[in-house]
Design a protein around this ligand. Structure first.
Ligand code: ATP
Ligand code: MG
Length: 233
């Protein structure tokens, strides 16, 4: 479950694209070993925030500070993407180490990860012939191979039916024992199932941050989600 120490500090992040502020002074503190959801209507700035954490997009102002478990703090803003991955803040797996000839240690690690995401019996299956949900789980597993301290998932349950979405939640609960998980999602059943903490973004600003029950009971949150069929379920 969520601990008390902060693993990622998002401080006063603003980003301006050609005069349009996609994010304005966003603050959030992600706790170690938590499953931290960012939700909000389309265009709220959720993906932009993940792009800033992983170094794909440079913020106009603010900083993202990573507090590794047993090393000095690392300022992620300003670092190139590959270095951020190397520091232990994972996003999609970089191809070479999977498709090179793996060592015995790497093979054992891959088996361990496939087991975690429920795909060990598919170890000999071509990725292309996996079902949609299984491909998503494989993507999660590929992030885990590098043993990151934080992984980030942008709508991991998109396109999944209810049973697969539920299984994704169970997989996240298992993975959380070994790392912190930042998730963007629209499916509120999934959020209810898997979230320790929820930050609601709206028009580039933090509307509120709380436990899932508090957030879903919040009148302003309900108002910004009005008309969103998926969110209302
Ligand atoms: N590179 C860019 N240049 C200009 N505008 C951008 C850029 N990236 C994102 N935006 C704009 O920033 C806003 C936030 O986009 P973002 O993709 O972060 O939203 P989101 O919350 O992930 O939405 P969704 O739920 O639809 O995925 C949108 O208005 C989008 O058009
Ligand atoms: Mg998005």
């Amino acid at each position: 479950m969520a601990g008390n120490s902060t693993v990622l500090d998002i401080k006063d992040i603003s980003v301006c694209f050609d005069g349009f502020y996609a994010l304005t002074e966003v603050n959030a503190a992600v706790k170690r070993h938590s499953i931290h959801f960012f939700i909000g209507p389309n265009g709220a700035g959720k993906t932009t925030l993940l792009d800033i954490i992983c170094g794909k997009t440079k913020p106009t102002a603010g900083s993202v500070i990573f507090h590794p478990e047993s090393r000095a703090d690392v300022r992620l803003t300003g670092m190139p993407e590959y270095k951020i991955v190397r520091e232990g803040v994972g996003r999609k797996f970089q191809v070479p180490s999977v498709f090179g000839r793996p060592t015995a240690d790497e093979l054992a690690q891959i088996d361990r990860v496939l087991d975690k995401v429920g795909l060990l019996d598919k170890a000999q299956t071509r990725a292309g012939s996996l079902a949609h949900g299984q491909k998503q789980w494989l993507e999660i597993g590929m992030q885990l191979v590098q043993q990151p301290e934080i992984i980030m998932l942008d709508e991991p349950a998109a396109g999944m039916g209810k049973p697969e979405t539920f299984k994704t939640g169970e997989i996240l609960r298992e993975i959380q024992k070994g790392c912190t998980i930042i998730v963007i999602e629209h499916d509120m059943d999934f959020v209810r199932q898997a979230a320790d903490i929820v930050t609601v973004l709206h028009e580039g600003k933090v509307l509120t941050e709380d436990t899932v029950d508090e957030v879903l009971a919040d009148a302003t949150v309900q108002a910004v989600y009005l008309g969103r069929g998926k969110a209302a379920s």
